[in-house]
Ligand binder design. Structure first.
Ligand code: SF4
Length: 280
């Protein structure tokens, strides 16, 4: 049994929270640059250039790329031969978020009660999903998820008879409804199948895949490409100012489901698509 100490997790998580907010991933910046080649709207091109410049300033000056520094969401792959010592995994992650957001002067965006709405003051608690996996490693994936794009996400329990066309219509309608409110160009995360909560989790999980990395299932990879092309025909464009670049990517994860059900969840991410990963 391999041991990973509590404090090591705290330090890594704190560092990830800051890097996520300062260093936009290469996949996202390259997607902006690629979009410049296909964007026809002059305003759209101008917005893309500003997004590239914004990412450069954030990385160079170590400042957040957006005032919304996000909800800290984690997917943790915990090897079954890995033992965490010195405290609980959840406490370590929350201590790391507290430290990272505090020392990085990142905005605290979490309220402790959804109705009373008093800020917790340290951006905790994080949302933590744990998956048990074979082996002795601890892999932590983190995203700082923007509230504006999260708000434009949706889930629908379709009827099996709605079929593939029903799935496509719902995804495109959600992208259309999001319009400028999700801070496009967006990344569209989709979960199809499972149960109500499984579909939502799959949609979130799909957003951790780098831009341009297709599903390993050929029919799903083809659907990702098709939906990205259809999204980019909606004319929403960068920051909703019109143009071809509405979605930088569409990611789809699937899971078996009940004979009576066809759940579809669409989790939208904004252009500040911030995700980091560490392996301990
Ligand atoms: S949705 Fe994204 S880009 Fe828009 S304000 Fe929030 S974090 Fe920033």
């Amino acid at each position: 049994m391999r041991e990973v100490h509590y404090q090591e997790i705290v330090e890594k998580v704190a560092d990830m929270c800051q890097r996520a907010n300062y260093d936009l991933g290469e996949d996202v910046v390259n997607a902006f640059k690629n979009a410049l080649q296909t964007e026809v709207s002059e305003t759209g091109k101008d917005v893309l250039l500003q997004l590239i410049e914004n990412a450069e300033i954030a990385a160079t000056e170590r400042v957040p790329m957006c005032q919304d520094t996000g909800y800290a969401v984690f997917i943790v792959e915990l090897g079954q031969d890995c033992h965490i010592t010195g405290g609980s995994l959840y406490d370590a992650i929350n201590d790391g978020v507290r430290k990272g957001y505090g020392e990085g002067y990142l905005r605290n965006s979490i309220v402790g009660h959804p109705l009373e709405r008093v800020n917790t003051g340290d951006n905790t608690p994080a949302v933590v999903h744990v998956e048990m996996v074979p082996g002795d490693k601890l892999t932590i994936h983190m995203t700082a998820k923007g509230g504006g794009s999260e708000n434009m996400s949706a889930l629908k329990m379709l009827k099996p008879s709605d079929g593939l066309q029903g799935v496509k219509d719902f995804i495109l309608e959600t992208v259309k409804q999001a319009g400028p409110n999700a801070c496009p160009p967006i990344i569209v995360g989709v979960g199809i199948g499972g149960t109500f909560e499984k579909a939502a989790y799959l949609a979130k999980k799909s957003l951790f895949r780098p831009i341009g990395e297709r599903s390993s299932r050929p029919e799903i990879a083809a659907l990702e490409v098709e939906l990205m092309e259809l999204s980019n025909k909606l004319g929403i464009g960068p920051q909703g100012m019109g143009g071809r670049t509405t979605a930088l990517d569409v990611k789809i994860e699937i899971y078996p489901c009940h004979i009576a059900s066809l759940p579809v969840a669409v989790n939208i991410n904004c252009h500040a698509s911030r995700h980091k990963e560490v392996v301990l």
